[in-house]
Design a binder for this molecule. Structure first.
Ligand code: SF4
Ligand code: SF4
Length: 299
């Protein structure tokens, strides 16, 4: 787990107030997500579009989708009642870089009212290179990219299609483009000093062994954390798009992989896969106290 002695001081300076990255901070600082970005430009086989994006969130939950204006009202309401609020993230429910105008409008307006709030977002990476310069201008200091493969052969089993430059690509070609864009996006973030965390969804029999290779690639390109998330199969919430019957890893399998990856890019073990509308300290979710119908019109 991340701690002061395990991190370079420059990185530590940026993450010590961030509940997701610092083991210490997660007891004292709160984060919130606003679900302003419903559109997505790729298909993941583990995704069920009716629910939150699995890039960062626990699949099988439906977050309260809000417009940028509503999001700003929510952030102000939460900041007034949760003094520990230090981070605002956009984690879907689709892709924050693809649904860019809403992400940008939300961050821009929030920065005007609460300038010291740290901003972060999560993305599948396909549209990321197009927006790194603006992310830098907006002082976004953390980006999470979900990277499940560095080999298009593996990628084609996880991502059946992408929508890129006005057309749809499928199979190996789609996975190759996605892979190239993810690597480019990561390199651009590193070059600008924006911290990049990598999430990988561990899918037994599909990419579990391969994640060792992913870890090497992302570490070589400057990722400061690599978070292995278990595939969560949720049959009661409907089948996944293309992985019907696929099981998630057992807790022991997850831990064994994390242990093998120690020494690679630093691993994050306390990510809770929070909802796209989560509010509060890590491990608690006060989102239900701050739904739109509960915050007053005049905030
Ligand atoms: Fe679903 Fe994948 Fe798009 Fe997230 S990036 S919304 S998991 S298809
Ligand atoms: Fe932090 Fe993980 Fe929750 Fe995102 S999903 S707010 S990284 S703990």
């Amino acid at each position: 787990p991340a701690s002061a002695d395990a991190m370079e001081s420059a990185v530590w300076e940026k993450v010590r107030d961030h509940p997701c990255y610092s083991e210490e901070a997660h007891h004292y600082f709160a984060r919130m997500h606003v679900a302003v970005a419903p559109a997505c430009n790729i298909q993941c086989n583990y995704c069920n579009r009716k629910y939150d994006c699995a890039n960062e969130s626990r699949p099988g939950v439906v977050s309260e989708n809000v417009t940028p204006d509503q999001a700003v009202r929510k952030v102000i309401a939460v900041a007034n009642q949760v003094p520990q609020l230090s981070v605002l993230g956009i984690a879907g429910p689709g892709d924050a870089c693809y649904d860019w105008n809403k992400t940008k409008a939300t961050f821009g307006r929030v920065a005007e009212v609460i300038p010291d709030l740290k901003l972060c977002l999560s993305t599948n990476g396909l549209a990321l290179p197009d927006h790194v310069a603006e992310l830098c201008d907006m002082n976004v200091d953390h980006v999470t990219i979900t990277i499940n493969m560095v080999d298009p052969q593996v990628g084609a089993k996880i991502h059946p299609w992408i929508f890129y430059k006005h057309r749809r690509y499928t199979g190996i070609e789609a996975a190759r483009i996605l892979h190239e864009r993810q690597m480019l996006g990561l390199e651009m973030l590193t070059a600008r000093g924006i911290l990049a965390k990598i999430n990988s969804v561990m899918i037994p029999g599909v990419n579990d062994e391969h994640l060792m290779e992913v870890n090497k690639w992302v570490k070589a390109r400057g990722a400061f954390l690599h978070n292995i998330m278990p595939l969560i199969s949720n049959p009661e919430h409907g089948t996944h798009y293309g992985l019907t019957g696929q099981r998630g890893p057992k807790a022991m399998e997850l831990k064994a992989l994390q242990d093998r990856l120690e020494g690679g890019a630093r691993l994050m073990r306390h990510c809770r896969q929070c909802r796209a509308d989560a509010v509060g300290l890590l491990g608690e979710d006060r989102g239900q106290e701050f739904t739109l119908d509960q915050i007053s019109e005049d905030v």
